[in-house]
Design a protein around this ligand. Structure first.
Ligand SMILES: Nc1nc2c(ncn2[C@@H]2O[C@H](COP(=O)(O)OP(=O)(O)OP(=O)(O)O)[C@@H](O)[C@H]2O)c(=O)[nH]1
Ligand SMILES: [Mg+2]
Length: 308
């Protein structure tokens, strides 16, 4: 089979066809090396779609909320791309199927493109696969691009960081977890949602969170993120949430924020690249042995691998 040249693929994407996007996403997911040479053009073709991360604990209602957000954005005339990142853990296997069902009402809508992805990319882990997929959605004219990921580990935090706007979805029954949440995912939140507003204690949970954030003081430079209440199953609070997401986009499109994002994107790419090159180096095995036997310290080891 002769593979279409990258210019053709990107031309097809830009014309809004779905099949080429589906095929390209599969290649990205599989870590197909033919994707690498397309990156410069892929990146240049995009219009800078708003990449919105939706994260939070399992079952907090992320997919239900995404479904309601899609409806609202379609009403606003936007073409919406959705990427559900599956961190390949057993409990999300079923959830991805559930996601498909929940978003089924949009299945016939040609301006909604939903894709779930596992993360076995060779291009540098979950985060790399995800940003390339987001770039593909962007080149295909989808804006916003929503990335749903279970907030369960470091790779998910990475995915959240990749988004321009990150929404952390929590549920009312947080209780003692509040401190743990604060230490973890709230660090990456631009907007916090307390979903399942129909359950008892939702108002109180939202108030507690607001109080905690305003007294946290850790992020001196920044205003604490807004805490919003939603009831995703009936689309309650979703218009306000879509407004808040768009407002955050407007305020994060400053040259300073753009530079900050560029710096963190380059850093991440550098770290991936350095780790990959080092692991491919002929000195890798002996260096690993040397550090394991405490004959070499890890920093010197890293310097030697990089300097080769
Ligand atoms: N009562 C109530 N239930 C909700 C609400 N939103 C979602 N749910 C329910 O919560 C369950 C989980 O919803 P999902 O949307 O699959 O949650 P999720 O965060 O995407 O789950 P994972 O992807 O598995 O982490 C489902 O049974 C939903 O119907 C809500 O606003 N109120
Ligand atoms: Mg889900």
């Amino acid at each position: 089979m002769i593979r279409a040249a990258s210019a053709d693929v990107i031309g097809e994407l830009a014309s809004g066809q779905r099949r080429p996007l589906a095929r390209l996403l599969t290649r990205i997911e599989n870590g197909d090396p033919s994707v690498r040479p397309m990156l410069p053009q892929l990146f240049a073709t995009g219009h800078g779609a708003h990449v919105v991360g939706i994260t939070g604990p399992p079952g907090s209602g992320k997919s239900t909320l995404v479904n309601a957000l899609i409806t609202e954005w379609r009403r606003r005339g936007r073409r919406v791309g959705i990427l559900a990142v599956d961190p390949s853990s057993p409990y999300t296997r079923g959830a991805i199927l559930g996601d498909r069902i929940r978003m089924m009402e949009h299945a016939a809508d040609r301006d909604v493109f939903m894709r779930s992805m596992a993360s076995r990319g060779e291009l540098g882990g979950v985060a790399a696969t995800t940003w390339i997929a987001a770039a593909a959605f962007d080149a295909a004219g989808y804006d916003p691009v929503l990335i749903e990921t279970v907030g369960a580990g470091q790779s998910e935090v990475e995915v959240a960081r990749l988004a321009e706007t990150t929404v952390v979805v929590e549920v009312p029954e947080m209780g003692d977890e509040v401190q743990a949440i604060k230490a973890g995912l709230l660090e990456v939140a631009d907007i916090i949602v307390v979903n399942k507003g129909d359950l008892p204690g939702a108002d109180r949970a939202a108030r507690q969170l607001r109080a905690m954030l305003s007294s946290a003081g850790g992020r001196v430079e920044r205003k604490p993120p807004p805490v919003m209440l939603t009831t995703a199953i009936s689309a309650g609070g979703v218009v306000a949430l879509a407004d808040a997401i768009e407002a955050h986009r407007a305020q994060s499109r400053t040259p300073i924020e753009a530079r900050e994002r560029a710096v963190s994107q380059i850093r991440r790419a550098l770290a991936d690249l350095a780790a990959r090159r080092a692991a491919e180096s002929s000195a890798w095995q002996t260096t690993v042995e040397a550090v394991a036997e405490r004959a070499l310290d890890p920093l010197t080891a890293a310097e030697r691998l990089l300097d080769r």
